[in-house]
Design a protein around this ligand. Structure first.
Ligand code: SF4
Length: 385
């Protein structure tokens, strides 16, 4: 097995080029042949490729698919991440974030406090704010409307990417308004787009073991389809590397593909590598062997191949992978690095413009011979390097 991470960039690229020339030797896998031909892959194909033993060839085919679909550009946004509250009525097994109202570490920001932080982020160069939180059992719908209004009034050019489909579903139950009503009111108050969180894995067999008190996979899909219908586009995530099996990954990707065919509302898929520390799943994940980098690369490659011709953008969340593995993942089907992912703490500690971190991401991209581009939420070009 070649250890890609220990190779110099040029050596790695040479190996990948050689593998590209070997595509025609893939005859031992009909699924891979179909992927090379650009055909839509079935559930059975996906399962075959999840177990396909030549990961280098699989990655090369995914890389070729990426190149054919969108060329050599690698994008990233200048994003500001904020959690408005960590209070949550749910208690998911996979979560190390939530607190109960009376816990010492519990907090909830006012709309004014949120706006002040957004203001600093904008000065640092952010073009979007990514705002999510727990399922707060007492915040009314007006709190969220105020949050949108105060940000939009002071920063009309910023894209407000806020509240997951799971939060919208919870808010609907809490306030006894329909999800459509809530989405419409938030859109009218300034909501521009939605993050992809809360999707986790849709399959009920696995979802029931990793979330507790959160909407089902189908409910998440229904809310996001409604949002797309109202003109609110979104990302979609896939939480992997915990206790799932290959069929849960493929099921998730096919459900995304089917919805995307109906709405074209997804902007990018962000596979999220699970971090088991301080969660209820910590022991189980360690016992079943923590997710390896090889598995990360397989998931990125399968994401590209299963969604080919439906969703062009496959994001590599470098914060979870580290920059070196992110470079390799970009050469296994990925085309986007998500963003600078600054939180307010980092802003304060750094005390310097966003541009420096944007430059860091650009350097990371140049090192693998691709073209870095800063993008906005909808993948429009903000800056070329
Ligand atoms: S819904 Fe689940 S994952 Fe989200 S904050 Fe609450 S406990 Fe954590």
């Amino acid at each position: 097995m070649i250890d890609y991470l220990s190779l110099q960039t040029k050596e790695y690229i040479m190996i990948k080029m050689s593998l590209n020339m070997l595509e025609q030797l893939s005859g031992d896998s009909q699924a891979l042949d179909r992927a090379i031909a650009g055909e839509e892959l079935s559930y059975k194909d996906g399962l075959e490729l999840m177990k396909y033993d030549n990961l280098h060839l699989l990655g090369a085919v995914a890389d070729t698919s990426r190149k054919k679909l969108i060329g050599d550009t690698v994008t990233f946004a200048a994003s500001y991440y904020m959690n408005y509250t960590n209070v949550c009525a749910a208690s998911c097994q996979m979560c190390a974030f939530y607190q109960k109202e009376d816990d010492d570490g519990a907090y909830t920001l006012t709309p004014q406090e949120i706006e002040q932080r957004v203001s600093i982020a904008k000065q640092m160069g952010a073009t979007e704010v990514h705002i999510v939180g727990g399922f707060h059992p007492k915040l009314p719908l007006e709190y969220y409307e105020d949050m949108m209004r105060v940000i939009k009034k002071n920063h009309p050019e910023l894209n407000i990417k806020a509240l997951t489909a799971a939060e919208i579903f919870y808010l609907s139950k809490l306030t006894k308004n329909s999800t459509r009503e809530i989405l419409s009111r938030l859109r009218d108050a300034g909501l521009d787009s939605m993050p992809g969180g809360g999707a986790e894995l849709f399959h009920p067999d696995i979802r029931g073991k990793i979330v507790r008190g959160k909407c089902s996979g189908q409910q998440w899909l229904d809310v996001i389809e409604e949002a797309h219908g109202l003109g609110i586009r979104s990302n979609v995530t896939m939480l992997y590397g915990h206790i799932e099996k290959p069929e849960h990954i493929i099921d998730h990707l096919i459900k995304i593909r089917e919805l995307q065919k109906r709405t074209n509302g997804f902007i990018t898929l962000i596979p999220l590598k699970f971090s088991p520390d301080n969660t209820e799943l910590e022991q189980e994940c360690l016992a079943s062997n923590e997710c390896s980098s090889i598995y990360d690369l397989r998931v990125i490659a399968l994401s590209r191949l299963m969604l080919a011709n439906a969703l062009n953008n496959i994001s590599v969340y470098w914060v979870a992978y580290g920059k070196k593995l992110a470079q390799v993942a970009l050469s296994n089907g990925g085309n986007d690095l998500v963003g600078t992912a600054f939180s307010e703490e980092i802003y304060r500690a750094a005390g310097k413009p966003t541009a420096s971190s944007v430059d860091e991401l650009a350097t990371l991209v140049k090192e693998i011979g691709r073209h870095p581009v800063q993008r906005d939420t909808h993948f429009k070009i903000v800056r070329q390097f």
